[in-house]
Structure formats: structure tokens, C-alpha cells
Design a protein around this ligand. Structure first.
Ligand SMILES: [Zn+2]
Length: 187
């Protein structure tokens, strides 16, 4: 997987300008790392900055683009072409064992973690620096290429969808609206 961060030009001082919003390259790097599933602490180590700096980059970026959460910031950034995620992966290995339900932040569907497609380890390049990292399992929703997920409590899903079964079935993806999602486990 390669995440291409759109670089600003010399005229705009290296900033991304979109609808009069200026986003620094550091803010974008932070967003990309968080989007790949790194915690604030891990992103801080990779970027060589403090965890508070990471928090402030995320907070500033969220305010600038009007995001309501970190997950929402990633969705908005992808949708608006601020970050660009390309998948080039071979589906060889699979890491199982997480007994939980996940919300795909691309399509907004919830499914069992075990239903996710195989993941592998890949080299990721961010602003010409290469990182080795596990690629998250892919979303099982047909036609969705998302691989950024949030762990979600099934009871939380059922609050909005009481018609859903008490125990979700394997091989089924359930509709959910991401705006209802409030948690973020990587803090
Ligand atoms: Zn999806």
C-alpha cells in the first residue's frame, strides 16, 4: 500500500490549499499514520515528535476540515483527495484472533473481524520514507476497498438497529452510520 500525500507547491509554502484550508505536510503525515492504524504514540515515534505534538496535529487538522473524529478526518481527507490510498497487495497471510466487530470507515458497514479478507505485511512509503507495516485485513463488503476500521461494540450498533440479531452472523455485513460512532480505541 502506498499513501501518497499531496504535496503543496513552492508558491503556497509547502501547504495544501483546498477551499482556503491550509494543511501542513506534518499534519498530513500524522493523518496518514493514524489512518494506517498507528496509535498516537506509535505515530509520534515514527515522526520523531512527542505524543502531544501528534495530538495537536490531529486536533488542528480536524478543526480545519471540520471533522468530528479522527476516523471522520481520514474519511474526509480521502473523499476530498487530500490523501490518496492505493492498494497493491497480495492476499497471502491472514492474522486472525481478534474476537470483535469492526466498523469500516469507508463504507460504514459493521462485520465480524474474522470475515475480513487476508492481510499481509507491506512496505509503505510516506513522503519518500519507507515503513514496514502490517496491512489491515480488507473490508468484506462487496465493492468496498476499505481497510481502515474501528473496533465497535455490538451493543452500540444494536442501539440504532434493534432489529439486528443479538449475535451477528458470519459472512454478513450490517449497515451502520459512521456518524453514530463515538469511540476511538487507539488513544
Ligand atoms: Zn468497507
Amino acid at each position: 500500500m502506498v499513501i501518497n500525500i499531496r504535496q503543496g507547491t513552492a508558491e503556497d509554502g509547502g501547504f495544501i490549499i483546498k477551499d482556503n484550508i491550509h494543511i501542513t505536510n506534518r499534519e498530513l503525515e500524522t493523518l496518514a499514520l493514524i489512518g494506517m492504524g498507528f496509535s498516537n504514540g506509535e505515530a509520534a515515534r515514527k515522526m520523531g515528535v512527542s505524543i502531544n505534538t501528534v495530538r495537536s496535529h490531529i486536533w488542528n487538522l480536524m478543526k480545519k476540515i471540520g471533522a468530528t473524529s479522527r476516523a471522520n478526518a481520514i474519511v474526509l481527507a480521502v473523499q476530498n483527495g487530500i490523501i490518496d490510498i492505493q492498494h497493491k497487495r497480495s492476499l497471502d497471510t491472514y492474522v486472525r484472533g481478534f474476537d470483535h466487530y469492526v466498523l469500516c470507515i469507508f463504507c460504514g458497514k459493521v462485520s465480524l473481524d474474522d470475515d475480513y479478507k487476508p492481510a499481509t505485511t507491506e512496505e509503505v512509503e510516506i513522503n519518500h520514507i519507507k515503513y514496514g507495516m502490517p496491512v489491515l485485513p480488507g473490508c468484506p463488503t462487496e465493492g468496498c476497498r476499505g481497510n481502515i476500521t474501528e473496533t465497535i461494540d455490538w451493543d452500540e450498533v444494536r442501539k440504532h438497529h434493534p432489529e439486528y440479531p443479538e449475535v451477528p452472523k458470519h459472512g454478513v455485513v450490517y449497515d451502520y452510520d459512521i456518524k453514530w460512532f463515538r469511540g476511538y480505541p487507539n488513544e
